[in-house]
Design a protein around this ligand. Structure first.
Ligand SMILES: NC(=O)c1ccc[n+]([C@@H]2O[C@H](COP(=O)([O-])OP(=O)(O)OC[C@H]3O[C@@H](n4cnc5c(N)ncnc54)[C@H](O)[C@@H]3O)[C@@H](O)[C@H]2O)c1
Length: 319
């Protein structure tokens, strides 16, 4: 099931306030597709909607925490009323956040908040929007997983536990839906997106998704919790932080880390959105974004037992 054109359709995009979600909204609108975008950050998604005006297209921004089913239901009701429709054609379950790196040492609340956004957010959107995709007769559900849905680590000394657990769940859920939809809702298909490193503000936004203020406004106590002593010691050991760094230096380090993640990525958010939309158009069910994602996928599938033997894995990735 390919998509000839997005023109005239209605798409839902979660996490539309930043990064890949914002670019999906803009590119869909530019291709004649109306969009209802939501985000935890109401101001950010309102700005996206305002920036995505195109002739004959309605783009609306909605405040919604996708980890809360009641808010997803309210988002659905709002968008159907504002767009005057009884179905949606595309759902991009894109909202996501990092956190809860360690099952052993991260605070349980932080682990569970990360899992709730990255897994339950995708699940609730599928529950709430599937009937409207079925009503479309030609619906596509696009769930964003990650390379961490293929490989559950960020490398030596860098576990990524809650996020990887959720992203593996998103991938499994989506793959399991392929046959389920074929058998029980043939007018809908599913695609799963697995981006590698894409340049976005996800480092700063993830901290905000955990209820903390922008990086520059973090209090000393919040910094202490975010980067506890053992983590500071590792950063100092890695030469990323000066011995005895002040709270202000820690804030600056986080701002730098966010900017580096965004600006030094091999793929921009706009390029990633184009890859995702091209994949949806072509009928792909598995959309890898970036050469890094392709290499990790190939290496892990070729030699699964070596996935966490970093010397062997990285030598396979090197070329
Ligand atoms: N950037 C990467 O390198 C990368 C790699 C793999 C996967 N991903 C995934 O891609 C998706 C988009 O990430 P991005 O890099 O564009 O990040 P981003 O931070 O730029 O955008 C994500 C948006 O989701 C919003 N959000 C967070 N929690 C939410 C919630 N509970 N309800 C509603 N909105 C919420 C944030 O406010 C933000 O605007 C995420 O699912 C992320 O996990 C990103």
């Amino acid at each position: 099931m390919t998509v000839d054109s997005f023109a005239g359709k209605l798409a839902v995009v979660t996490g539309g306030g930043s990064g890949m979600g914002r670019e999906l909204v803009r590119q869909l609108a530019a291709q004649g597709c109306s969009v209802a975008a939501c985000d935890l950050n109401a101001d950010a998604v309102a700005a996206t909607a305002a920036s995505a005006v195109a002739p004959g297209v309605l783009v609306t921004g909605h405040a919604c925490d996708v980890s809360d089913e009641a808010q997803v239901v309210r988002f659905r009701d709002e968008l159907l009323a504002e767009h005057g429709r009884d179905h949606v054609d595309l759902v991009f379950s894109n909202a996501g956040a990092g956190g809860g790196e360690s099952f052993v040492t991260s605070r349980r609340e932080v682990w569970e908040r990360t899992f709730a956004i990255d897994w339950w957010g995708v699940y609730y959107c599928a529950r709430v929007f599937l009937p409207l995709l079925i009503a479309s007769g030609d619906g596509v559900l696009v769930n964003t997983s990650s390379v961490n849905g293929l490989w559950a680590s960020l490398g030596p000394g860098m576990p990524n536990h809650a996020y990887s657990t959720a992203k593996f769940a998103v991938r499994g859920f989506s793959e399991a839906l392929i046959e389920d939809l074929r058998s029980n809702a043939p007018g809908v298909r599913v695609a799963v997106v697995m981006p590698g490193h894409v340049g976005t503000d996800i480092v700063a936004n993830s901290i905000r998704a955990h209820g903390l203020p922008p990086l520059e406004e973090l209090t000393d106590a919040q910094l202490e919790e975010l980067i506890p002593a053992e983590r500071r010691a590792k950063l100092i050991g890695a030469g990323l932080l000066a011995e005895g760094a002040s709270a202000q230096e820690l804030r600056q380090m986080l701002v730098r880390a966010n900017a580096d993640f965004r600006d030094k990525a091999p793929v921009s958010a706009a390029q990633a959105a184009t890859v995702i939309l091209d994949g949806v158009r072509s009928g792909a069910w598995r959309i890898l974004v970036g050469e890094d994602a392709g290499k990790i996928d190939a290496a892990v599938r070729a030699k699964p037992e070596a996935a966490y033997d970093y010397a062997e894995l990285f030598s396979a990735l090197a070329p």
